[in-house]
Design a protein around this ligand. Structure first.
Ligand code: FES
Ligand SMILES: [Fe+2]
Length: 348
């Protein structure tokens, strides 16, 4: 399989933590190879526009924002949060120009559970209506994450996603005293079901109820859901608590991808743990990134890649989901989930 580097369109991508955007502020960020400027109005609304002035291409993020309108730094054209041009200062009073033709591309953006999401549409003009809502971490509908951490991976999105759902690398890549001290593999048997735009590892009781899980309340169940374009939610549910780890993958360009991992918990004593937890999260993600860096050495030669049964079935599903999403979109029909309920077994 030779690599195809196209991004999924008409789908929500995680963009940035909501806290990064204060009212009256702009924040420029490239996503899917496109320059985007995010902003938050004084009223608290989040918006996203193409970060290029339609006049002479100066980034709008270089301009001034008063919490209502952006004023371009070059000739002072003003745009509201919908991207509509509202003022061209160089015009005389008697020169009436139809400003409605001057419109910056607007992307649907929204804030959910502490995060800003952007709908990267195919359609460039006019109002875009997203086909479905933003992914949600169940059980924390009105909550904000308790910790968030982002790391850049020097690869195309697919390699970061496949790495995320690859059970077989764990004993080799994440070999550490606090996680896995050796490479003794154990047999795993897990049931999977299709779920919206992805699949879910069916909820099951954790076999190794270690000290940590007893601390969380005991009888820990786990459930892991994946959905396009690169959203993974792992839920740990105990007798008294719930911990959710949301990992989201966002392409910056064809060669750069951001991986963000967040925790939502009902645990009162989670916050003070963070300074202790943070280095572990960094190490863990860093191990994945280091492997991606090594993988890039080989990928330069565009070799065919192999996917084996069971251990790589989730990766296969990802590619199937991705291609069905693209096809359904192109044919303007409902997405039909290609995943069927299945038991997978592997050693890890
Ligand atoms: S380039 Fe933006 S106003 Fe001229
Ligand atoms: Fe990993």
């Amino acid at each position: 399989m030779t690599e195809q580097r196209n991004f999924l369109r008409n789908i929500w991508y995680y963009a940035l933590p909501g806290r990064q955007l204060k009212p009256g502020q702009l924040f420029a960020k490239q996503l899917l190879g496109e320059p985007i400027v995010f902003g938050r109005t004084h009223a608290g609304e989040v918006f996203a526009l193409r970060d290029i002035c339609p006049h002479r291409a100066v980034p709008l993020s270089c301009g001034r924002f008063d919490g209502t309108a952006i004023e371009c730094a070059y000739h002072g054209w003003r745009f509201d949060e919908t991207g509509q041009c509202t003022l061209i200062p160089a015009l005389n009073d008697n020169q009436d120009l139809d400003l409605s033709k001057f419109q910056v591309r607007r992307y649907p953006a929204c804030e959910s559970q502490g995060n800003v999401w952007i709908y990267m549409s195919e359609q460039e003009r006019g109002e875009v209506i997203p086909k479905y809502p933003v992914p949600v971490v169940a059980g924390f509908e009105d909550a904000v994450y308790q910790s968030t951490y982002t790391m850049k991976f020097p690869c195309f999105i697919d390699h970061a996603v496949v790495g995320l759902m690859d059970p077989a690398h764990v004993p080799f890549v994440h070999r550490a005293w606090w996680w896995r001290s050796d490479a003794i593999l154990t047999a795993e048997i897990k049931a999977f079901d299709p779920s919206p735009y992805g699949f879910t590892m069916r909820r099951h009781r954790l076999e190794r109820q270690t000290f940590f899980y007893r601390l969380l309340g005991g009888d820990a169940d786990v459930e892991i859901a994946f959905q396009l374009p690169g959203v993974r939610v792992e839920q740990i549910i105990t007798n008294t608590n719930r911990v959710a780890n949301l990992t989201v993958i966002t392409p910056i360009s064809e060669t750069e991808t951001e991986v963000t991992t967040m925790f939502y918990t009902t645990i009162g004593w989670f916050k003070p743990l963070l300074p202790i937890l943070q280095p572990f999260i960094t190490t863990f993600l860093g191990q994945d990134r280091d492997m991606v860096v090594k993988q890039q050495i080989g990928l330069k030669y565009d070799p065919p890649l192999m996917l084996i049964r069971d251990a790589d079935t989730q990766a296969k599903w990802y590619y199937q989901l991705r291609s069905e999403f693209t096809k359904a979109d192109a044919e303007n029909r409902e997405f039909v989930n290609p995943v069927k309920s299945q038991i997978l077994s592997w050693r890890s």
